[in-house]
Design a protein around this ligand. Structure first.
Ligand SMILES: *Cc1c(COP(=O)(O)O)cnc(C)c1O
Length: 424
């Protein structure tokens, strides 16, 4: 048992005992900033600067086109996928780092619908499933992509939105083709029980597609143990891959032979340099690729993954829960009397690595926090979102962030009329 934290000195004592504390030096964060937005854009690994310099100056500048072979550019989506795989319970040859989360979701959904309409099990059942079940509170692009795909297929597919997890069992009816869920909700930080929901989907004859945007590098994930069907996620959030870094897609071995999607570009071809007019998909995860990747950006993903190899997700999770517990407890104690509402579950099993509080002037309070160096973000409606990245956030950071929040609230030191930027 660790002693309860009551003072800043207690936080410093916890930091002194923290096995992850040393990893903070592997990131370059500006002085005077407490960065609680790693759930949206992870901080920069120190190594990313020299890696970018090397890719641009040597691999591109000097070695030019030879680098597709000599620098391993062509194999990078699969090589990085193998390095990412242990963080999500995936096997080797099952993950590719490529494209965006939106695009990868499109590919996974298309492949899942294809399996449902043409697979042997569908033929045996003789049914014709046309519904993608997801949550209204899902990150909008996930819903948009599912609706866009459904519309374009023009075969009666539809997206069914549920308003709570309790509605999922009933929504998994005879028409349900796919259950598409985001494991940790971007707004509330609520974490689904992946194994149970995947089991429910399978019992109902549906496939389970998971979005790990707020899970990869944030919470332990075991896709194989959960028997999930497909998964996608971002590398620029908790994995610290850099702004716009390519996303990932997981296709387990058992679905690879049947993985058929409409974005059949030449990078997914069995012999791309044969330049054949007919498409023939390569065996394995390579068929999830489409076209030429943004190599400079892709290369930087490795710098974030390397840092995770210095620890493990059990240690990251233990500290994440300690930090979020501390933040919740301190806000409730130090900022009592202010109209703050905890949105994130208190129950550990249901919590991701973020804490969200509502405040009637959430946008203005967040703007004031950012002006004072505490960087979180704001999500409609009224939600102040604080992401906790155990690799570079200390217990003392949590204390200091809450003290600044308390000061802003006690003194009403925020501008309710503040103009909003294009990106919140
Ligand atoms: C952040 C996030 C995305 C982002 O998708 P992009 O294609 O990278 O813009 C998608 N889904 C979820 C659930 C997210 O949290």
């Amino acid at each position: 048992m660790t002693a309860p934290i009551l003072t800043r000195a207690d936080c410093l004592a916890r930091d002194a005992l923290d096995p992850l504390a040393g990893l903070r030096t592997r990131f370059d964060l500006p002085d005077g900033v407490i960065y609680l937005d790693g759930n949206s854009l992870g901080a920069r690994p120190r190594a990313a600067l020299s890696r970018a310099q090397d890719v641009v100056a040597r691999e591109w500048g000097t070695d030019l086109i030879k680098s597709w072979n000599t620098a391993g550019w062509f194999d990078m989506p699969k090589r990085l996928g193998d390095r990412l795989a242990p963080l999500i319970g995936a096997g080797p040859g099952e993950v590719a780092v490529t494209d965006t989360t939106s695009l990868n979701l499109f590919k996974a959904l298309a492949a899942a619908l294809r399996i449902q309409s043409q697979g042997a099990s569908a033929a045996r059942r003789g049914d014709d499933r046309r519904t993608i079940v997801t949550e209204r509170s899902n990150f909008p692009t996930d819903i948009y992509m599912a609706e866009g795909l459904s519309r374009w297929l023009e075969r009666g597919y539809r997206v069914r939105l549920v308003d709570s997890v309790d509605e999922i069992p009933a929504a998994l009816d005879h028409d349900a083709a796919v259950l598409m869920l985001t494991h940790v909700n971007y707004r509330t930080g609520y974490q689904h029980d992946m194994a149970t929901l995947t089991g429910l989907a399978h019992e109902a004859g549906a496939l389970a597609v998971w979005d790990l945007a707020h899970s990869a590098g944030a919470v332990p994930v075991d896709l194989r143990a959960a028997d999930a069907d497909f998964a996608v996620g971002c590398t620029y959030k908790y994995l610290n891959g850099g702004p716009g870094a390519p996303a990932f897609i997981w296709v387990p071995q058992r679905h690879q032979a049947g993985f058929d999607h409409p974005l059949s570009g030449w990078w997914g071809h069995a012999s791309p340099f044969a330049m054949a007019p007919a498409f023939a998909p390569v065996a394995g995860i390579g068929r999830a690729l489409c076209g030429t990747q943004p190599i400079v950006s892709l290369a930087l993903v490795e710098c974030g993954l390397e840092i995770f190899e210095a620890t493990d997700m059990a240690a990251v999770r233990a500290k994440s829960l300690a930090l979020t517990d501390l933040f919740i407890g301190l806000v409730e104690r130090r900022c009592a009397g202010h109209p703050l509402g905890l949105v994130t579950p208190r129950e550990h099993a249901r919590r991701g690595s973020q804490v969200s509080f509502t405040h009637p002037h959430g946008y203005a309070v967040m703007a004031a926090l950012i002006a004072r160096g505490v960087i979180g973000d704001y999500r409609e409606p009224e939600i102040m979102r604080f992401g906790f990245t155990p690799l570079y956030t200390s217990y003392a950071d949590v204390w200091d962030a809450v003290e600044i929040l308390k000061d802003i609230l006690d003194r009403n030191d925020y501008d309710v009329a503040a103009a909003r930027g294009a990106v919140t």
